[in-house]
Design a protein around this ligand. Sequence first.
Ligand code: FAD
Length: 456
Amino acid sequence: MKPIRVIGAGLAGCEAAWQAARLGVPVILSEMKPKRFSPAHVYPGFAELVCSNSLRSAQLSNAVGLLKEEMRRLGSLVIGSADKTQVPAGAALAVDRKAFSDLVTSRIASNPLITVREEEVAEIPADGVTVIATGPLTDGKMAESVSALFGGDQLSFFDAVAPIVDAASVDTSIAYFASRYGKGEPTDYLNCPMTREQYDVFYDALLHAETAPLHDFDAEAQKEPNVFEGCMPVEVMAKRGYDTLRYGPMKPIGLPDPKTGREPYAVVQLRRENTAGTAYNLVGFQTHLTYGEQKRVFGLIPGLANASYFRFGVMHRNTFINSPSRLSAQYETLSRKGLFFAGQITGVEGYVESAASGFISGVSAALRALGEEPIDFPAETVIGSLGHYVSSGWIGKFQPMNASFGLLPPLEKKVKGGKRARNDEFANRSLTAVGELGKRIFGNPEKEGMNRENTD
Ligand SMILES: Cc1cc2nc3c(=O)[nH]c(=O)nc-3n(C[C@H](O)[C@H](O)[C@H](O)COP(=O)(O)OP(=O)(O)OC[C@H]3O[C@@H](n4cnc5c(N)ncnc54)[C@H](O)[C@@H]3O)c2cc1C
């Protein structure tokens, strides 16, 4: 059988390649690293997490928690590998990013049906079943090729990255270990407490700090970059009002300082980056300040006066396709059967969502290669709902979307017990559908042998 092509070994591309191989279809996976790196990628391994090391909530009452459980049950490479490389993070699933990438890379490399090519692919291949998963930072000739395919109609926004500090440089006579409301292990988070006076000084410095110029972007974007609400730079958030940070990333609720027994006026949380606990990232502190200003302004945070940085925050432009009426709910281009897109470039937003779209694209591309029609992933599942959203959008301008219960069709009956009970019902309905879906795609592994095997 002619192999399918998957371009880009990020979260989406790796998941797509793996799922296609599970269906017995050979795959050629092309990745430009380590020959060339995007401005956000630094590690040669596959499925690199470019910013936070968190795959967000692990709870089923949260839409991204449910999405992970759906993918886990369907045999996702990304979620299976994240489970194996997780670091404690309270109610979230966070990973040791290097161990995670290494595990995904070695699983892909040792899959007999996947051939890896270290190459930059300059344009969309003219024929054959193909998945384009080159990510939100797709540039150069490939970006031109994607743009030409869709008549030049590309959308974009800006996405920022939070800094990572050396744990040994944090002053733990000030910062204290604690998880919010005591959930999870106390060592998951280091907390830097602020008094009102300290907050005022910090807030004022942040408001007036210097941001880095946005390279290659037009004057309009320089004045008012279109930032993603869910990943807004901390300095942009601060401009929305004095208390915005205190109700957002600097919320002190549930984090009493053991020295006083009281909640501080504000708190900066540092989340553990790796199993060894040698690196911590500043939660919600994605930023576009110049490096010098990051050192100066974040140095005003109690406990971080002498912090040394493994990585400073940066901001990049994300490009995505104006997908509604161009892609199907299986991420296949309506204008060319057999050509699929996957990942953030389709207008899904987030690590898990990108991998989820890779899952659907990989399965659907394999079915095309096998001469079958792609199957529908039900809208009652979070994984399916994202595909449905991308193919149809909502009223108004198409915007990237995280997993959300708002994407699911309403429940058939009213549920008593508030939001939590309603979300539990969404989860029950979805996981029942996922059980059926898994059997439909991969059959019953006990009956069908190892061809459509699970990840473990
Ligand atoms: C700066 C930034 C910060 C982000 N922070 C977060 C975050 O904290 N949390 C979160 O959930 N999401 C975050 N996102 C959003 C999103 O989840 C990630 O971008 C995610 O990595 C997208 O997965 P992907 O597979 O679509 O793309 P990527 O992970 O970017 O993978 C694309 C791969 O394709 C390769 N490639 C590109 N072009 C070519 C080519 N022509 N030929 C061959 N290979 C190619 C790249 O080297 C890369 O390995 C962030 C995005 C950006 C840009």
